[in-house]
Design a protein around this ligand. Sequence first.
Ligand SMILES: [Fe+2]
Length: 238
Amino acid sequence: MDTKKNTCFSCELDRRTFLMASAGAIASLAAGGIFGSAHAAPPHTLPPLPYPENALEPVISARTIGFHYGKHHKGYMDNLNKLIPGSPYADMSLTDIIKKTAGHADQIGIFNNAAQVWNHTFYWQSLKPAGGGDPPAALKQKMIDAFGSVDACKKALADTTVSQFASGWGWLVLDHGKLKIVKTGNADVPFTKGMRPLITIDVWEHAYYLDYQNRRADYVTAILDKLINWEFALKNMG
Ligand SMILES: [Fe+2]
């Protein structure tokens, strides 16, 4: 397991988060899970899912998670490990690769795969079985300060995420200490623009099409009501 790649916080999954994911994987393996089989070859390795593939049912099916994690997420990792040997990025952490290649058209392949690895690891942590519900008090107050109410914050997050044209991501972020909601296209990630990601929702079609077909709004609403991990968002606030 490559812990060296997971030690910075504000722009990277922090060590605590990484260890949480690892602990989840160990528990999953003990329960007969299959996540350990999805590890990519060094230098970068695929962080394990923090829960079994069927843990998010019925909101997201095990079939969707199986493809999403085992094919798409793993595919980005495998591509990255093919692209960086012999390049200036060979020995960089994942977040440094993303920061160094962001905005450079000639490095778009490395950026896209590195950022998609990071985004998906963050997405798995943004969800949990039996999530949703009331946010922790400190996050709830931030939501009220910025949006007027928790429901208004959730509605803004849903509306912004659903409105992302084509593939991309919806995000709750901290921008200079204030909660904001942003969307990014394709592999783009808010930390390259100085914002701290708190939580994300994947709206690439591979995230929901097997379960929801074209009903993206139903998928986003179901996540916010039943899976979103507000505690993860709070931890990311620092
Ligand atoms: Fe995805």
